[in-house]
Ligand binder design. Sequence first.
Ligand code: KIV
Length: 267
Amino acid sequence: MPETKVTVPKLVDMKRQGQKIAALTAYDALFAQLLDEAGVDLLLVGDSLGMVIQGHDNTLPVTLDEVLYHTKAVRRGIKRALLVADMPFLSYQISPEEALRNAGRLLKEGGAEAVKLEGGKILCETVRRLVQSGIPVMGHLGLTPQSIHKFGGYGVRGKSREESHELLEDAIALEEAGAFAIVLEKIPSAVAREITQKLNVPTIGIGAGPHCDGQILVTHDALGLFERFRPKFVRRYAELATLIRDSCRRYVEDVRQGNFPSEEESY
Ligand code: KIV
């Protein structure tokens, strides 16, 4: 793990050195600080915030201003990790110019060091435009949640020969367009391994098996905070929802019983 600040070139170098990349999502300064102190290499202000913070059913309602707000907060908590901000639905699909204006805000106003967008070949002109303007871009292929209505659900992508071939072509096209890393979400492990072997830039898997160059999870899933559903690929490292509920029950009980505050906790 690099001791110094993680940068885009350093992250690419980690693949060359065979060092696995550990990434998580963050949405506020306090969590960002804790995850940064834990040694996480890359923190993503994911549009998953629509689901785990805002309570929506999917990521589509999230706006650029909302991602910007959370990116500013996360920026204040980070010292070492690379900060990547997600481009929300319709902030980059309309035209490369609009994508550049919006991505620029995430760097200029939010303090992000890179942006992430969902999609393959169709977005290569946009990726090129951003990268040429000095904005590092992380791709996202496989189960791309902003296309949930096209897919009709959150099932595994890339299972058929045609789809896995298309994924590989998309990944190569993104790398050629200048993407510095690619998230591979919910695709078969063997497909992720082939893509990872063919690319020079790192792949960051989520539900894509162990062969990717790095892994990312939604922090609220990994810490057992988000309970609405739990994909098979999520490993829970804590049960914070249970801990919070139990702790708050004890607090409520103490207040009701007159056990809090005590004289020692008073002035
Ligand atoms: O929005 C998000 O959190 C993401 C990660 C799951 C990769 O895109």
